[in-house]
Design a protein around this ligand. Sequence first.
Ligand code: NAP
Length: 302
Amino acid sequence: MFEHITIIGIGLIGSSMARAIKRGKLATRLVVCDANEDALRIAKNLDIGDDYIHEAVEAVRDSDLVVLAVPMMAMESIVRDIAAHMKAGSILTDVGSVKECVITSLAPIIPDHVHLIPGHPVAGTENSGPNAGFASLFDGRWCILTPPIGADEQATNLLDQFWSHIGANVEIMDAAHHDRVLAITSHVPHLIAYNIVGTASDMEEITRSEVIKYSAGGFRDFTRIAASDPTMWRDVFLTNKDAVLEMLGRFSEDLTALQRAIRWGDGDALEALFTRTRDVRRRIIDAGQDEDTPDFGRTHED
Ligand code: NAP
């Protein structure tokens, strides 16, 4: 699809994309770039690219598609460095979990001859680094593109096709809307997981060993999410502040209503909610966004 692709940041997402690009033969030359020498060395050993370059300025030269797969707060300074070295007519995209800030921070600093089409593959795991990636990460998952107003239609279509070849279903969305949707489906759930795991580990009357020992009661499912990359998630909350605070406000109101139902023994209210939420799980499985196997597909010995 592209003569020359450059991926900056060869962690979980960047290395999964590199593997999928190789699998689908989507580039003649794939340049892998990372500020972290160890990550670059691991990527080279894994043979997931064609060239491995430490300096972003050098890595983007002659590239038709540049993908930023680094933490949100690292993007602007990289683009300040590479902007003047990007090929005319090339596409600059990213995979960041928040989208409006990408447009507001990057659009003013890229040259007119470069097409900025931000994107977000809604797929991931709690692991980081090049070893954590796998080619099928995006298969059947959604990738949301948020082209700014006036973005080049041909460039948007090309990126749409690219993500389809990577294995994803593509949706075009307004960046602000994306940030509100992801605040409730991804960012607030992560905050809740970080909070509950933090609260449990601070408990004085229940020992930490008991928290670990009896975690199968539900706690361990939160620990998977709460093990997600600290830098990435710090940046998500710093860059999607307004939408997260709005959704947290609604969450707190609903939590207060649940507290009241428990205090007054309102079993009907509790059961009505739990029945409704069970149906949400059913719909996620029906939509192919998770497996129907019990206990999130964990294997159990008889
Ligand atoms: P990751 O596994 O930590 O990989 C990021 C890589 O970028 C690391 O090797 C990091 O090096 C490197 N890096 C950091 N700053 C850099 C810079 N200035 N120049 C070049 N390389 C730099 O992260 P990830 O999970 O793939 O996340 C990358 C992006 O994908 C984030 O913006 C995140 O919001 C988005 N995303 C993540 C997920 C997910 O589930 N993880 C899902 C969808 C989207 P160091 O380790 O030395 O910092």
